[in-house]
Design a protein around this ligand. Structure first.
Ligand code: IPE
Ligand code: IPE
Ligand code: MG
Length: 225
């Protein structure tokens, strides 16, 4: 039976959910936070070590400024209001992506949240924010070159945002769309992929449990027979 150590999620469909239920994309982003909390709790229950959440891509800057601001505000409020809860649950937060290019206030809140949860071990939540996989790979190869070391798998691994994090066992994309949208292209080489019809705010722990169950019985070959 396969053990799940790392689940990655492309949380897609907030906008459509918001339009459908409240005629506002931003209402969907807010509702999506409830799904985040229920999936985090489920990961804690079943002893998953890593949960990686695609929160904002390098391409999401193409969205209207109002929506971007709303998203950043939502994240700031979440981190400020929930931090003590996350600490209580022994959750470690790590941000992957170009954090330095984010607004200064958000950056500070992020660094503070990482610092305050750095000793926690029950579950590591990797928040992919201003993350783009192609950029991440280019930067990694540049760093390897600069260090004048060989371009090989482990050196590239060690210069990615995900340094030290095992590759995902499972990728889930909600929102009834089957693409990767520049997410973890290198790290997903042997990941089992589940495309889910439900929009992210409708995705709850039961849906998650079903996927974990399906995963258990998959024969993972890694090129062997
Ligand atoms: C995913 O939901 C969340 C982010 C990209 C921030 P979307 O906002 O992409 O929702 P849809 O795909 O438009 O419904
Ligand atoms: C992917 O969703 C990014 C996140 C979930 C953060 P998008 O909604 O941005 O993806 P595309 O543009 O439809 O491919
Ligand atoms: Mg989308």
């Amino acid at each position: 039976m396969n053990l799940v150590k790392h689940v990655a999620i492309i949380m897609d469909g907030n906008g459509r959910w918001g339009i459908k239920h409240k005629n506002s994309r931003n209402a969907g982003h807010r509702a999506g936070l409830n799904s985040v909390e229920s999936i985090i709790n489920e990961c804690l229950k079943v002893n998953i070590n890593h949960l990686t959440l695609y929160t904002f891509s390098t391409e999401n800057w193409k969205r209207p400024k109002k929506e971007i601001n709303f998203l950043f505000n939502l994240l700031e409020n979440f981190l400020t209001n929930k931090i003590s809860n996350l600490i209580k649950k022994d959750i470690k937060l790590k941000f992957i992506g170009e954090i330095n290019k984010l607004p200064i206030k958000l950056k500070k809140i992020i660094r503070n949240a990482e610092l305050r949860t750095s000793k926690n071990v029950s579950l590591q939540v990797n928040v992919a924010l201003n993350y783009g996989s192609k950029n991440e790979l280019i930067n990694s190869i540049r760093k390897v070159n600069k260090k004048k070391i060989m371009i090989n798998e482990s050196n590239i691994d060690d210069n990615l945002f995900t340094k030290g994090i095992i590759d995902p066992d499972i990728l889930i994309r909600t929102g009834n769309t089957q693409r990767l949208s520049n997410f973890m292209l290198w790290q997903l080489a042997y990941t089992e992929i589940f495309f889910e019809k439900k929009l992210w705010p409708d995705f709850k722990s039961n849906d998650f449990k079903k996927i974990l169950n399906k995963f258990k019985s998959i024969k993972r070959n890694f090129g062997s027979i």
